[in-house]
Design a protein around this ligand. Structure first.
Ligand code: NAI
Ligand code: MG
Length: 333
């Protein structure tokens, strides 16, 4: 049995994690969960939202599935999510955005991947106050991180038989930082003659994604644009309840949904577990357990195609648990 760290998280995290655990049990996936707790709910006892035990577990197991964690605004500690990405140098955030048959959305046949740089940009956390009149946040762009993420994007294009990589930027305004990013992507591009390459300014990219999302293939960009565009892309295929993510480094991989802890619907048994389940499917492929990944994916897609047990966020009336039960029934029958 392969041991994998599971961080249920808070808000809807525990409910959607439980759904994934049950589905894995039904599919007899040969992994054993090591469950560790992180987030605001452990603050009182642990004095930190990210206890040492969580870091140690990920360090040991190398692979984790993570539920969403609420980031309190203010309070003096930084986001657990950002800290995890920096601690394990998870420099690539991969977010596949794919239409699901059975969901009524404005578009069909979307199949693109957002490749987001995950360690720097305005997320480097370098901020300061200038008296009480201003505040500054510093945007960091390095050659090393930009070339590394470009390589991830082109390698992914090759591996997944994709044709086009588009670099998303705002180098017309941020001539030095985004300019350096573009230079780095162009340099890496030269090693991949079989892949087409475009560049697009981020605002125009937003418009094109909304008008013609099927034209996009692999999109590579810095941290902030990646954060924003991945939520936009989630909206194109039916919402945040659907879209998975992988945070990859050279040693460690943490899989998590794009969405947050959804406090507005937590504890009501109505959240959609699909995004976390799809993240767990990416995780199974990463662990070379593709037959289990395919089996679970097939069952989930069949429930969507039937259309009878969809959760509220995608226009249905089913609860989180009845949607989960339907997937389990497809797996065990
Ligand atoms: P959110 O993603 O939690 O929610 C946005 C909207 O989408 C809400 O209306 C929510 O109900 C809905 N939604 C999200 N996931 C859903 C699901 N699985 N099923 C059905 N509906 C779903 O974003 P929000 O409200 O801005 O953030 C809440 C908290 O989560 C914040 O503290 C934020 O910092 C944190 N967050 C954590 C992330 C992580 O752990 N990786 C990522 C994004 C936000
Ligand atoms: Mg986000």
């Amino acid at each position: 049995m392969r041991v994998v760290t599971l961080i249920p998280g808070d808000g809807i995290g525990p409910e959607i994690s439980e759904a994934v655990v049950k589905i894995f049990e039904a599919a007899k996936v040969p992994i054993e969960w090591e469950i560790v707790q992180a987030g605001a709910h452990v603050m009182e006892v642990e004095k930190t939202p990210l206890p040492r035990a969580v870091i140690d577990s990920i360090e040991k197991n190398k692979v984790a599935l993570k539920g969403p964690i609420t980031t309190p605004i203010g309070f003096g500690f930084r986001s657990v999510n950002v800290t995890l990405r920096q601690t394990f140098n998870l420099y690539a955030n991969i977010r596949p955005i794919k239409s699901i048959k059975g969901i009524t959305s404005r578009y069909e046949n979307i199949d693109l991947v957002v490749v987001r740089e995950n360690t720097e940009d305005l997320y480097a956390g370098i901020e300061h106050q200038i008296g009480d009149v201003a505040a500054e946040s510093i945007k960091i762009v390095t050659k090393k991180a930009s070339e590394r993420i470009a390589k991830v994007a082109f390698d992914l294009a090759i591996k997944q038989h994709r044709k086009l990589v588009t670099a998303v930027h705002k180098a017309n305004i941020m001539k030095l930082s985004d300019g350096l990013f573009l230079d780095c992507v162009r340099k890496i591009k030269a090693d991949y003659p079989s892949i087409d390459y475009h560049e697009q300014i981020v605002d125009a990219m937003c418009m094109n994604l909304v008008m013609n999302p099927q034209k996009s293939d692999v999109l590579v960009m810095g941290n902030l644009y990646g954060d924003i565009l991945s939520d936009l892309c989630a909206g194109l295929v039916g919402g945040l309840g659907l879209v998975p993510g992988a945070n990859l480094g050279d040693e460690v991989a943490i899989f998590e949904a794009v969405h947050g802890s959804a406090p507005d619907i937590a504890g009501q048994n109505i959240a959609n577990p699909t995004a976390l389940l799809q993240s767990s499917i990416l995780m199974l492929r990463h662990l070379n357990l593709s037959s289990y990944a395919n089996q679970i994916e097939k069952a989930m897609m069949a429930v969507y195609e039937d259309g009878l047990y969809l959760t509220k966020d995608v226009g249905g009336e089913a609860t989180l648990s009845s949607f989960t039960e339907q997937i389990i029934e497809k797996i065990i029958k």
